[in-house]
Design a binder for this molecule. Structure first.
Ligand code: ADP
Length: 595
C-alpha cells in the first residue's frame, strides 16, 4: 500500500505537518510560560525593587505600628502594579515569626498547606533580621509561583507573600493546545488534499510514462507520449520518446539484418549449423539437413562431438578455425568449426561444404589418367616388342612374318592414333570449343546414308541389316557430320557386339517436336550392372573383345556428348529378348538456331 508514490507523498506531508505543529506548539507554550513567569517577576521587581524604597519603607512604618490592615490597604493600592487579580494571584500578610496568616486578598485556605521554599527562606531572613531579603526562587516546573518579602518594622516582623497559581498560564496553554490541535487537523486535511493534487500533477505523468514504457517493452512503438510540461518529467518524457524512436529504428535494423541472414542461410548452398554456448542447436539451414541427410537435432556432441570437443572449438581465437572431412552417406563434406562472439553470449558455428562433386571429379580424373596411360601403353608395348624382334632378327626373319609384324605395328599405331583422336574430340567437347556446324537436313537421309555405309561391314559379318522408317520424317537442325558419326558408332557397335549372322534392325520415327532412332541387335547384350556405365569413358564390358574389334571405349561417351550438345538423349532402351537396343532422340529444332 505504501509503495505507491501517492501514498508516500501523503505520508510525507502528514509527517511534515504533524512535526511542524509539534515544534510550533512546544515553542509557543514554552514561550507563553516563560513570558508569564518573566512578567510576574518584573511586576514584583517594579514594586519591591530597591529603587521603589518608598513602598517598602511605608510598609515597614505600618509594620512598626502593627498596622496589618494598613499594610493590606497599601498592598491593595499596589495590586494593579503587582498583577494581583484576587483570583489566580493573591497576596497574603503572614506573621514573620511563625508564618501564620494575618490578612490577605484571599482566605487562609487559599494558602498551600506546605510552606514553600521561598516562605521558609523569608522566615529565616526574619530571624536574621535581614530587611533587604526577597525570596523569589521559583521553579518553572512547579505548578505555582511565589515571592516572600520580609517586612521588619520595629519589633514587628511580617512576611508579604505573593502567590500565583499559574492557572492563567495553564488556561492559556490549554487554549493554545486546542488551537494547535485544530490547526493540525486542518493542516492534515490540507495535506491530504495537497497530496491528491500533487499526485495528479506529478504521479499522473509518471504513470503515463510507465504505461508507455510497458507498451514499448511489449514491442508497440506506435503511440508517442505527449509532453505536457517543461519540467523534469516533461524532459524525461521527451527523452523517453527519443529513446523509443532510436530503439525502434535499431530493432528495425536488427530485424532487417536478421531477415537478410535468414534468406542467406535459407538459400546458400553451404550448410550452416549454429550452437549456443552450452552446445545446444539454435539454427540449421536446409542445406545442412540435406548434406547430413537427416533432420538435424540434438546437441553439438551428437553431431560433431566425435570430431572435436566442444570446449576445444570454443577456445579457438578468431579468425582461426578447425577443419575436418566428413562422409555422410554418399556425400563427401568439408567441415569448418569456429566460435562466434564471446564465451558468455556466443557459441559455435559449423559450416558444411559439399565437395562430393569435386571428389567425384577428382576420382574420375585419376581414373581417366590411369585409363589413358593404360590404353596407350598396351599398343606402345606391342609396337616396341615387334620392332625389337624385327631389329634383333635382322635378315633372318622370313619376309611373310616380317610383313605380318609390320602390319601389327601399323594396326597398333592406328589404334593409338584413334585413341588420341577420340581424346582430342572429347577434350574439345569438354572445353566447349568443339564448334557445331548447324544445318537443316533430312533425318531420314542421314540414317539411310549411315545404313548404306555400314552395309558392307555388316555383310562381312553375315548380319542382316534392315532399316525401317516412318514416312515423311521431318527435317531437323543439327551438325549432320557429327550426328552421322553418332549413328555410325551405334550401328557399328551393334555389328561389333553381335556374333556373326546376327540381325540388326534400324527403326526411326517422329514425335511432336522430336525425332528418334533405335538400333536393335540380337547380339551379346549388356549385363544389367553395366547398362548405365557403358557411356563412361574407357568403360567396356569386355575389354579384350572391344580391343580386338578396334574399340577404344570412348565411342559412346563421345556420342552422348554430341547428342547432349544437340539437347537430345542417348540411352539404352528396354526391350524383349536378347541383344541390345540403343535409342537416340533429337529435337527437331535447336534452341538459338536460326536455321
Ligand atoms: P568401344 O570402342 O569399346 O565400342 P563404346 O563406347 O562404343 O566403346 O562402347 C562401350 C562398351 O559398351 C563396349 O565396349 C561394349 O562392351 C558395350 N556395347 C556398346 N554397344 C553394344 C552392343 N550393341 N551390344 C553389346 N555391348 C555393347
Amino acid at each position: 500500500m505504501f509503495r505507491s508514490l501517492h501514498m508516500k507523498l501523503t505520508l510525507i506531508l502528514l509527517l511534515l505537518i504533524s512535526s511542524l505543529m509539534a515544534v510550533v506548539g512546544a515553542f509557543l507554550t514554552t514561550s507563553v510560560s516563560s513570558f508569564y513567569i518573566d512578567t510576574f517577576y518584573q511586576q514584583i521587581d517594579s514594586v519591591f525593587s530597591p529603587e521603589r524604597e518608598d513602598i517598602v519603607s511605608s510598609l515597614r512604618q505600618a509594620a512598626a505600628a502593627g498596622g496589618v490592615d494598613l499594610m493590606g490597604d497599601m498592598m491593595d493600592a499596589n495590586a494593579g502594579s503587582l498583577g494581583i487579580d484576587y483570583h489566580t494571584r493573591n497576596y497574603f500578610i503572614l506573621d514573620g515569626k511563625n508564618g501564620s496568616y494575618l490578612t490577605g486578598s484571599a482566605e487562609e485556605s487559599d494558602l498551600p498547606r506546605e510552606q514553600s521554599a521561598n516562605l521558609l527562606s523569608a522566615r529565616n531572613a526574619v530571624l536574621r533580621r535581614d530587611e533587604t531579603f526577597v525570596a523569589d526562587e521559583s521553579s518553572i516546573a512547579s505548578n505555582y509561583m511565589d515571592v516572600a518579602i520580609p517586612i521588619i518594622g520595629g519589633d514587628n516582623a511580617y512576611i508579604i507573600y505573593i502567590l500565583d497559581t499559574k492557572d492563567t498560564v495553564s488556561g492559556l496553554n490549554d487554549q493554545l493546545f486546542s488551537i494547535i490541535m485544530q490547526a493540525l487537523f486542518i493542516g492534515l486535511l490540507i495535506s491530504v488534499l495537497l497530496s491528491f493534487l500533487l499526485s495528479k500533477t506529478m504521479v499522473g505523468p509518471i504513470e503515463k510514462l510507465t504505461a508507455g514504457a510497458e507498451r514499448v517493452a511489449a514491442g508497440n512503438f506506435e503511440s508517442e507520449l505527449p509532453i505536457e510540461s517543461d519540467d523534469e518529467i516533461g524532459i524525461l518524457t521527451g527523452t523517453f520518446n527519443e529513446m523509443a524512436g532510436v530503439l525502434q529504428s535499431t530493432l528495425a535494423a536488427v530485424e532487417n539484418e536478421r531477415n537478410k541472414l535468414d534468406t542467406l542461410f535459407l538459400h546458400m548452398t553451404d550448410g550452416v549449423v549454429a550452437f549456443d554456448n552450452s552446445g545446444n542447436l539454435i539454427h540449421c539451414n536446409p542445406a545442412a539437413s540435406s548434406m547430413l541427410q537427416r533432420e538435424v537435432s540434438g546437441t553439438y556432441g551428437d553431431l560433431f562431438g566425435d570430431r572435436f570437443p566442444f570446449e576445444a572449438v570454443m577456445a579457438i581465437q578468431r579468425p582461426n578455425f578447425l577443419e575436418d572431412d566428413l562422409i555422410a552417406g554418399e556425400k563427401h563434406l568439408e567441415l569448418y568449426l569456429a566460435p562466434f562472439s564471446d564465451a558468455s553470449s556466443g557459441g559455435v558455428l559449423a559450416v558444411l561444404h559439399d565437395v562430393t562433386e569435386h571428389h567425384r571429379n577428382e576420382e574420375r580424373r585419376k581414373e581417366f589418367v590411369a585409363n589413358v596411360s593404360h590404353e596407350l601403353r598396351t599398343p606402345l608395348t606391342n609396337v616396341r616388342s615387334y620392332a625389337e624382334t624385327l631389329r634383333s632378327a635382322g635378315g633372318d626373319i622370313p619376309p611373310d612374318m616380317a610383313n605380318n609384324f609390320l602390319d601389327i605395328i601399323i594396326t597398333e599405331t592406328d589404334r593409338m592414333t584413334n585413341i588420341v583422336q577420340d581424346l582430342l574430340t572429347l577434350s574439345r567437347l569438354d572445353a566447349g570449343n568443339a564448334e557445331m556446324v548447324l544445318s537443316r537436313f533430312s533425318f531420314a537421309d542421314a540414317i539411310s546414308s549411315v545404313v548404306r555405309s555400314s552395309a558392307l561391314n555388316a555383310k562381312q559379318r553375315s548380319h542382316t541389316l534392315a532399316c525401317e522408317m516412318e514416312a515423311d520424317l521431318p527435317l531437323i537442325v543439327g551438325d549432320r557430320n557429327r550426328l552421322e558419326q553418332v549413328m555410325m558408332n551405334i550401328v557399328g557397335n551393334a555389328i561389333k557386339y553381335t556374333p556373326d549372322g546376327g540381325d540388326i534392325q534400324v527403326t526411326a520415327g517422329a514425335l511432336a517436336d522430336s525425332v528418334w532412332m533405335e538400333v536393335r541387335d540380337n547380339g551379346i547384350g549388356i549385363p544389367e550392372k553395366d547398362r548405365e556405365r557403358i557411356f563412361e569413358r574407357f568403360y567396356r564390358v569386355d575389354k579384350a573383345r572391344s580391343r580386338e574389334s578396334g574399340g577404344t571405349g570412348l565411342g559412346l561417351s563421345i556420342a552422348r556428348e554430341i547428342v547432349q550438345r544437340h539437347h537430345g538423349t542417348l540411352a539404352l532402351a528396354d526391350h524383349e529378348g536378347p541383344g541390345t537396343t540403343i535409342r537416340l532422340t533429337l529435337p527437331i529444332a535447336q534452341p538459338h538456331s536460326t536455321q
